[in-house]
Design a protein. Sequence first.
Length: 326
Amino acid sequence: MISTMQSHGENYGPERDEHSGDGGYHVPVLRPEAVECLAPAKGKLIVDATLGGGGHAEVLLERGAVVIGLDQDPDAIAFASERLKRFGDQFHAIHCNFADAEKALDRCAVPLVDGVLLDLGVSSHQLDVPERGFSFRESGPLDMRMNPDASVTAAELVNTMSGEQLERIFRTLGEEPAARRLAIRIVRERSVRPLSTTEELARLVEGVIPRRGKTHPATRVFQALRMAVNHELESLEAGLKLFSRRLARGGRMAVISFHSLEDRVVKQFFRDRSTEWVDRPEWTAPRRNPDCIFRRVTGKAIVAGETEQRANPRSRSAKLRAVEKL
């Protein structure tokens, strides 16, 4: 197994990355570690299912692998396609959510792949463009759609969901202790005037949760809305199942998560499918696990070292897990 690096504290918020790697588009996290997990080589076909700025894909291509890059954000597809055009037919970019990758791979006549990378969460570019509505640093529309063609925005959720629904989102996806008080305040405020900008929502949250320390009190609320708008947990679960089927024997899947809920889903999924024997109190003896299809490449999650955390604060909450298909 690949060794585990030092521990870290969680960083939930959509804070701006001060480090400006990858041409200023996005700072790839745990790049050497992820590449090592995937073991790229000439002749291998690897899916970078969250292409972003192409930082991870670039190294995979340099190692000789053929890479199919997927992303639901057309800005990412355009940027990475330009950046990686020197690789010619070795690289293929497709605009789609990785949860819908089955159809994309079928269109490419690709039955099985040798590797899959999922780098979850929001990109530096998305945070830095106020018009996308992901960040409260600057005022922008309450949007938060990773795919601009998607129908539902954060503004629609905030202004149409019941107080109970909003409370559930803030509590489950944002793990926000003040979820109920925030939901009540939002319902009251929107009855006077709909909330339409990131600044309005951030200011409302500050009125409920006093600011203490460096972390903005709206951090978890913005995170929860973003995850709800983009159905991130549902997509993750669908993607893990899909790529498990499309992974060739000996192929590897690596997932980088930035949220405890996401990491919990990944950890449980990999564990359930890499445990050879299972036992239950009602059984007389352990039995072979029929769902065992993986060998774990990583033991405990790999986290960023001190140098990367200093250079890129976003990496502090990143966890990398990987498995190999039996």
